[in-house]
Structures are given as structure tokens and as C-alpha cells.
Design a protein around this ligand. Structure first.
Ligand code: NAD
Ligand code: UDP
Length: 363
């Protein structure tokens, strides 16, 4: 019988990483998750505790990797480790940059020794505030190398450089996914990204914060679709040697996103304006022709459906945290948040709303 592959996922306790773990385990793979819990959470992987094909190692990929890893046979290494929301990655910029550079180098060396295929979770941020629209993989980007986003953007650009140099030197098989804005269950309520902010604000009846005019655009990919794309890219046996965009090409303004969430939650929250963060990209939308051609991949989950699932997740999460019985049979759109749940959501938000917003904004 053919042995099922073993996958190492660095950043496996995070939002995308834990969803990827679930999908790989469901496909019969073994999963070793490595995480330092900088932004990841035990609750994302608690349900896997009794799964014999899942193991967890607490480690920071900037440090030497634990010796126990050397004794494992690993076929695929996914590097997802890196805080991904602007307030979180800017809260310790040095750690963010080193995670991408030193951490990626450590994992590449490990993959080389293990003869494992390596995939880097890169980002649309490497295009910066793009001057080419929509963004194709051939576009080199327009990044401010000294601004507050640089620790993430330049870190990921350097990580891509390392990965492609390994590939060119034939030190291993490498893949790079450029991930565009992704949302869904297991995002943190205190993440600071737009979908988690707006959904939790709408559920709690708090003011909805729109940064700037709200005319800046993004396109939002449901996490299940992204995970499918990551697995297809890792599986891809062809010789294509560049990065591949993974994201949803349905572009919209932040204002339009907010209107959708307000409608789906039947929320009466009002919209308030906050200053636009420094270097906030004005337009972003992936060209996914390459992913379609190479991987036969395109997002399947429509935004309303993905948002319904995400709203249900945050409502359940807050209800559970507030020790309130959840009511799974009620449609999320019709759900009215209880007073204690609202209070709980508000606390989660207050704990989170980043100082960064105030310190790193264009006035
Ligand atoms: P996340 O913050 O939920 O997950 C990142 C995980 O990496 C966390 O569990 C964190 O604890 C862990 N981590 C961070 N630094 C580490 C270190 N030095 N050592 C070990 N573990 C470390 O973010 P996410 O949204 O799940 O993103 C996952 C990956 O995908 C990131 O690399 C991110 O750059 C990339 N990405 C995500 C998006 C998105 O919209 N979600 C968009 C573009 C790129
Ligand atoms: N944004 C917003 N309100 C929020 C959080 C974010 O208007 O509460 C905006 C942010 O300024 C950006 C967009 O939404 O223009 C997406 O932000 P996010 O942090 O989710 O991801 P980014 O694409 O900027 O990395």
C-alpha cells in the first residue's frame, strides 16, 4: 500500500494553518504542526489532540529547529509561520522580518536534509501599493522598504528570494503561493483585519470602523478555497518555477464589504471613519489565470456564503466564551446577539484594537 505523505506545517496553529491541517488529515495525511503561538491559538488545534496522525511541537522557527524533527520522515514542508494582520506583524517588526528570513532559511535547510518539497505562504503584500492592476505574478511590485509594513512585505520578498535561490541551486523542490486576503472560521476576533473587525463589530452592535474613505479595494477568498489551492500547488508535479497567485478575483471596496456584513447580520451598527493606515494599498485584486491553468483552481465559495459561515463562527465563538448556549438552528443573518455575547465581543475587541492604528496612520 502506498504510504500517505507526512506534512510539516510551520504556523499550523494559526488561522490558515489549522484549516490546512484539518484538510490534510481528512485526506489521510500525517501532520506535524510547529508553532510558537505568537498569533496562533491552542483552541485552533485542540480538536486534534486525540488524532494519532497529528503531532504538535512548540517552537519558534527563528531558532534552531527541535532535534526531534530530524527523526521524522517528512515529505512536504508548508511554511505558513508569520503574523499576517498589520497590527500584529507591526507589533514586533523585528520578529516578523526574522521569521520570514531566518525562519524560512531554517525550514529550507530542514526540507533539503529531509528531501521534502517546500511551499512558502507568500503574500499579495509583495506587490505593495500596486501600479499594475489586477496583479499578475510577473509584476515586481511597488513597496515602501522603510515604512511600517516593510517588516512584512520586505520579509516575504526576501523569503521568496531565498526559496527561488534554493530552487535554482537544485537544493530542493520549491513552491511559492502569493496569497491574497483570506477570511473564514478561526480568524481571531482581535486579529485587526477588516473581515474579523467588521463582523465582530456588527455582531456586538459596535461602531464599524472604516479606515480612510472606504473606497480602497480588496478581494476576499474563503479559507477553504485557499487551502485547496495550497494543496494543489504543493501536489503540482510540473516544472513551473515561479510564484502563483491564490485569491478571489471578485474585487470590491471596503465600503461594499461593510454593507454586505451589515445586511447579513441585520446589524444596526453605524459606520465611523478612522484614519487610513500608512502605505495602505489603494487597489488589490489577483489575476489568477496561472492558478487556473496550472492547478485547475479557482475559488468556489461566494462571498455571501463565506461571510455567513464566518459570522456563524464568530457568533458561536463569542456565545461559547460567554458560556451561553448557542442556537445552531438559527440563521446567522437573523441572529440577534445576546447582551452578554455583545459584552464579550466588545471585550475581545477592546483588548485588541491596536495602538498601531493610532501610531501608524496617515493623518
Ligand atoms: P496567523 O497569524 O493566524 O497564523 C500565523 C501562524 O504562524 C500563527 O499560528 C503564529 O503563532 C505562527 N508564527 C508566527 N511567527 C512564528 C515563528 N517565528 N515561529 C513559529 N510560528 C510562528 O495568520 P494566517 O492568516 O493564518 O496566515 C498564515 C500565512 O499565510 C502567513 O505566512 C501569512 O503571511 C500568509 N498570508 C495570509 C493571508 C491571509 O489573508 N490570511 C494573506 C496573505 C498571506
Ligand atoms: N480596514 C478598515 N477597517 C478595519 C480594518 C481594516 O477599513 O477595521 C481596511 C484597511 O485599511 C485596508 C483593508 O480594510 O484598506 C484591508 O485591511 P486588512 O488589515 O484586512 O488587510 P490588508 O489587505 O491591509 O493587509
Amino acid at each position: 500500500m502506498k504510504r500517505k505523505k507526512t506534512c510539516l506545517i510551520a504556523g499550523g496553529a494559526g488561522f490558515v494553518g489549522s484549516n490546512l491541517s484539518d484538510a490534510l488529515l481528512a485526506g489521510g495525511f500525517e501532520v506535524i504542526c510547529v508553532d510558537n503561538f505568537r498569533t496562533g491559538r491552542t483552541t485552533n488545534i485542540d480538536h486534534l489532540k486525540r488524532e494519532p496522525r497529528f503531532s504538535f511541537i512548540e517552537a519558534d522557527i527563528i531558532e534552531a529547529l527541535p532535534a526531534s524533527l530530524g527523526r521524522r520522515r517528512v515529505d512536504w514542508v508548508f511554511n505558513l509561520a508569520c503574523a499576517a494582520s498589520p497590527p500584529h506583524y507591526q507589533s514586533d517588526p523585528e520578529h516578523t522580518l526574522l521569521t520570514s528570513v531566518i525562519g524560512t532559511r531554517n525550514l529550507l535547510s530542514y526540507a533539503e536534509q529531509a528531501r521534502a518539497r517546500f511551499l512558502l505562504a507568500s503574500t499579495s503584500e509583495i506587490y505593495g501599493d500596486p501600479q499594475v492592476h489586477p496583479q499578475t505574478e510577473s509584476y515586481w511590485g511597488y513597496v515602501n522598504p522603510t515604512g511600517p509594513r516593510a517588516c512584512y512585505d520586505e520579509g516575504k520578498r526576501a523569503a521568496e528570494t531565498l526559496v527561488f535561490d534554493y530552487g535554482r541551486a537544485e537544493r530542493g523542490e520549491v513552491r511559492v503561493a502569493r496569497i491574497f486576503n483570506t477570511y473564514g472560521p478561526r480568524m481571531r476576533a482581535d486579529d485587526g483585519r477588516v473581515v474579523s473587525n467588521v463582523v465582530t463589530q456588527a455582531l456586538a452592535g459596535d461602531d464599524i470602523t472604516i479606515y480612510g474613505a472606504g473606497t480602497q479595494t480588496r478581494s476576499f477568498c474563503y479559507v477553504g478555497d485557499l487551502v485547496e489551492g495550497l494543496i494543489r500547488l504543493m501536489e503540482y508535479d510540473g516544472s513551473y518555477g515561479g510564484a502563483v497567485n491564490l485569491g478571489n478575483p471578485a474585487e470590491m471596496t471596503i465600503h461594499e464589504l461593510v454593507e454586505r456584513v451589515l445586511r447579513l447580520t441585520s446589524s444596526e451598527s453605524r459606520i465611523v471613519r478612522r484614519p487610513l493606515p500608512v502605505d495602505d494599498p489603494q487597489r488589490r485584486c489577483p489575476d489568477i489565470s496561472l492558478a487556473k491553468r496550472l492547478l485547475n483552481w479557482a475559488p468556489q465559495v461566494r462571498l455571501d456564503e463565506g461571510l455567513r459561515r464566518t459570522i456563524a463562527y464568530f457568533a458561536e465563538d463569542a456565545a461559547a466564551a460567554a458560556s451561553f448556549p448557542s442556537r445552531p438552528n438559527r440563521r446567522p443573518a437573523a441572529r440577534k446577539t445576546s447582551a452578554r455575547t455583545s459584552e464579550r465581543l466588545a471585550k475581545m475587541k477592546n483588548a485588541s484594537v491596536p495602538q498601531m492604528e493610532r501610531t501608524l496612520t496617515n493623518s
